[in-house]
Design a protein. Structure first.
Length: 223
């Protein structure tokens, strides 16, 4: 084999390895945002990691929110993908309460569309669990929510998969047009295990506060 051929082979192999590494580093999305993933661009410092804002929208007009119940997505490599309806309800209720707590002082939660109402849809993705799994649950959070959480440990355990994500979108409640799509990520050092409902609520509080900050930032933005 000539020296030139060896060099060419080395270059080809190197490019192949670099390409493979690049594809491996690409984030895995849940599918929750549909076609809007292709529109995502890097967000601002201290903001959402990736985001898209519909051009021409005056976000300052939205001062009330309709909020869909959170949806959970298991990581592809989750140990168990079984479904326990009672457990899912507990975790869903816990997150719904945290998002209401984070938003209600500044953004009244409503159940009917209006010209000043945005509809918020949220998914927590990349969740791993030992047993059993989480299902997808979606409904509108009612006005005046007052959830009585069951005070017992969650069966099995949950953890972030090294970088648990939140994917969320906002829609104009009158037209149902998507006006915001975003993906945010908790630091890769996130290894908390949801061995109880209380521990899960701590993680949910983090995401609820991040979403509140995102909404605050958006209301100061006119595209």
């Amino acid at each position: 084999m000539t020296k030139t051929v060896k060099i060419m082979m080395a270059v080809v192999i190197g490019v192949t390895l670099m390409t493979s590494a690049a594809f491996a580093a690409e984030p895995k999305y849940s599918g929750f945002l549909g076609d809007y993933y292709k529109n995502l661009q890097p967000g601002p410092k201290d903001g959402a990691k990736m985001r898209w804002l519909k051009p021409g929208v005056d976000f300052t007009k939205y001062n009330k929110l309709m909020v869909d119940s959170v949806i959970f997505y298991l990581a592809d490599d989750s140990e168990d993908k079984g479904i326990n309806a009672e457990e899912v309800k507990e975790l869903t209720d816990a997150f719904n309460q945290e998002i209401v707590n984070a938003l209600k002082d500044k953004y009244p939660i409503v159940s009917e569309p209006g010209p000043d109402v945005a509809r918020l849809r949220i998914a927590i993705t990349g969740v791993k669990k030992s047993k059993p799994g989480m299902s997808v649950v979606s409904s509108i959070i009612p006005v005046g929510i007052g959830i009585s959480l069951i005070k017992k440990g969650v069966t099995g355990s949950y953890s972030g998969s090294g970088g648990t994500n939140a994917e969320f979108m906002a829609l104009d409640s009158m037209s149902n047009d998507v006006i915001i799509a975003a993906v945010d990520e908790r630091s890769a050092g996130y290894t908390e295990r949801f061995t109880s409902l209380g521990a899960a609520k701590d993680a949910f509080k983090f995401w609820a506060e991040r979403i509140r900050k995102f909404m605050d930032d958006m209301r100061g933005t006119k595209q």
